[in-house]
Design a protein. Sequence first.
Length: 336
Amino acid sequence: MVSIVLAGLAAGSRAAPAQEPFYAGKTLRIVVGTSAGGGFDTYSRAIARHLGKHLPGHPTMIVENMAGAGGFIAANHMFKVARPDGLTIATFVGPLLLSKLYDRPGAEFDALRFEYIGQPARTSPSCTLTKKSGITSLEAWMAAKTPVKLGGVGAGTEFDDAAKILAVTLGLPIKLVTGYKGSAEVRLAAEAGEVAGGCWTYDSVRVTWGSALASGDAVVVLQITPRPHPDLPKVPVAITLARTEEARQLIEAGIHAPSTIYRPYLAPPGTPRERVQLLRKAFQATMSDPDFVAEAQKARLTVDPVSGEELEQTIAAMFKLSPQLVARLKDILHSR
């Protein structure tokens, strides 16, 4: 009798259909918090062409630009509106995640509650200005008789925060002209003479403004990284020019640290843990996918991935900065 029951159970087990993977037949959306044509958009479209094949079920991938308010529209959307079902991930300027720390208006999210998927590369922030502006060296910038106009995107972005911190720590003459939708618009404004240039990641500049760099119409004048980029061995590095310990701390906490979370990909709070793990695994697999790597190399995109776990830990650590340093940064970042 027992053998008959067991045989029946085995037959029933064989007859049961295999469970279909969650992502089969579905569409996974990547929301990009900047305009088309910039570095965030370029990375996201390259990732979208390969991420789906590393997820069980191979979902269709689409990219949607949701620019505005320096990235806050996309960030707030992901926290308040996007469904936590594993079918929407987003990327926007990472330093926005520190908005609550610095009491910036516009943030309607808690950075510690997002589910972090990964990041394609660590960034190398720098200041790139046009030849027509006349500022093609740090010496020329320091000697400028009037403040040099730099394009900004909004509070919490590298464009704006770096400009404000450099003005205080290095005494550079700077006038921030903010409100552009992204790096593509800042480039166009610089080419039109509205601004001299801006401060954002060199990894984006060399891809989207490479022809101007090659011709000398755009020049990287200052690096704001902990150490020089291999492409820029002779370009000054801001931290080495800081004359006080406070200046060094402000550059490290206000520019270097945020640059390590500059291009995060994340999911809404409450996304099922098993789907977060699937997305993290697929993201890391994409970063080493030979087809993706070849495409990235062709487009001159840096691939130096950061795991979702490391992003999560890094952001948590930033919310533990000393109150004194946070207070000083607030004063600078809230200035006009």
